[in-house]
Design a protein around this ligand. Structure first.
Ligand code: LCS
Length: 399
């Protein structure tokens, strides 16, 4: 391997949310919240960023941009960025889009917050499938929009869409938008073309807009293929696609992402209201990531595949009653530990206090998530091994 994913990198002194922000984010607590573990004793498997270094090609591009010495107002003027990103979507997804459809945003969440405001009237509703990344719910709450949840169906850890329920909810005339996670966080599903066609058809037939959040689309297990939802409905302009280098290349803090808005009116609304100055270092980083990041990404995927396999084997041996299936995408593992803990247990608090592991779980995922924990596997294997050991030891002991 050209890149070293086993390296343990000290994140101290970097203002990392991962190391310094967990009290507030997970526990809604102040910095004075105490645990039986010191902060640097925790195994951190929670927020979705990686313990791996951003590709050296990206860091080099940031340095080269820094060497140009002026950091005045910047946005993406150079067509090279569009061409590079489009070459990426063409290569990986056999899909492209016109240049004028592409806008950029300091993140997918900020984009969601804006788009909900532009699309939904105050008495309308948003449809999501659950469990869900909680910010889909927060985007609705931010604008006082009612959220409608359609629970995914689960069998042996494999999640599918309950189309009857989804369609019944989409038919509500007040539902005007579906925020759909493709691939899905937290279950890790890579939706098939057939599944996406059904979802798209139901939404479009019922006049919904769709925001297809594809932020995890580059992080596939070996052999998996991602299909952009919009690719299946080229005649529709009501599907907005969100993609970003942030998860893929561990650069979420650089706050730069792609939003593809085919509808002209909506795009104009965005352009008139969106403050679109971007960070010059982020533009350079994103450009370099899509231009030169392929080899790093393919090695990362091999490493992540290994981590998932390691976890599967470890759980089979040490936690046989856990329900776990290797995620088809993302670096997040979704595990049902309901056989070991009762539903009233606050899972993140339980594992933080009794195992020294920071993880997300239970109602952090909106609904349909009791008894589940989500583990971030984007870490060196030794870290993963220690985290799993602590989790399994605790559950087997049954404190
Ligand atoms: N959309 C999805 C589906 C995500 O999983 C995340 C990050 C974002 C958007 C954030 O996009 P950004 O604003 O950074 O561009 N997911 C996280 C998670 O599950 N835990 O921590 C972050």
């Amino acid at each position: 391997m050209k890149y070293n994913f086993d390296e343990i990198i000290d994140r101290k002194g970097t203002n990392a949310l991962n190391t310094d922000g967990f009290r507030e984010y997970i526990f809604h607590a102040s910095p004075s919240m105490k645990f039986p573990y010191a902060d640097d004793e925790f195994i951190r498997m929670w927020v979705a960023d990686m313990e791996f270094a951003t590709p050296p090609e990206v860091i080099q591009a940031i340095k080269e941009r820094a060497d140009k010495r002026i950091f005045g107002y910047t946005k993406v003027f150079d067509p090279e960025y569009y061409l590079t990103f489009c070459a990426w979507t063409q290569h990986y997804y056999n899909w492209t889009f016109p240049r004028e459809h592409l806008v950029t945003s300091p993140g997918i969440i900020p984009a969601l917050y804006e788009l909900v405001e532009y699309i939904c009237k105050p008495d309308e509703k948003i449809l999501i499938v659950t469990p869900s990344y909680a910010y889909f719910k927060y985007a609705a709450e931010r604008h006082n929009i009612e959220l409608v949840c359609s629970d995914l169906v689960q069998e042996d850890g494999y999640y599918t869409i309950d189309y009857d329920d989804f369609e019944a909810k989409a038919k509500d005339e007040k539902v005007s938008l579906c925020i759909f996670c493709n691939p899905h966080n937290p279950t890790g599903r890579v939706w098939s073309e057939a599944e996406l066609k059904k979802v798209g058809q139901i939404c479009l037939k019922n006049n919904l807009w769709i925001i297809s959040d594809e932020i995890h689309c580059d992080l596939l297990r070996g052999g998996r293929v991602h299909t952009p939802l919009a690719k299946l409905f080229p005649e529709s302009d009501r599907i907005i696609t969100c993609m970003a280098p942030s998860k893929t290349f561990n650069m979420a803090g650089l706050m730069f992402s792609n939003v593809i808005i085919p509808n002209e009116d909506l795009r104009n609304k965005w352009k008139n209201r969106h403050y679109d100055i971007e960070n010059p270092l982020s533009i350079a980083a994103a450009q370099a990531a899509y231009a030169h990041g392929s080899e790093w990404l393919s090695q990362l995927k091999v490493y992540l595949d290994g981590n998932f396999k390691f976890m599967q084997e470890y759980l089979a041996l040490h936690l046989p009653k856990a329900v776990f299936r290797i995620s088809e995408a993302t670096y997040l593992a979704w595990v049902n530990v309901g056989a070991y803990v009762t539903n009233d247990v606050d899972l993140p608090l339980y594992f933080a206090n009794h195992a020294g592991v920071l993880l997300e779980g239970g109602n952090m995922f909106v609904a349909n998530s009791d008894g589940y924990i989500r583990l971030n596997l984007a870490c060196p294997r030794v870290t993963l091994a220690e985290g799993l050991k602590r989790i399994c030891d605790l559950l087997n002991k049954g404190d």
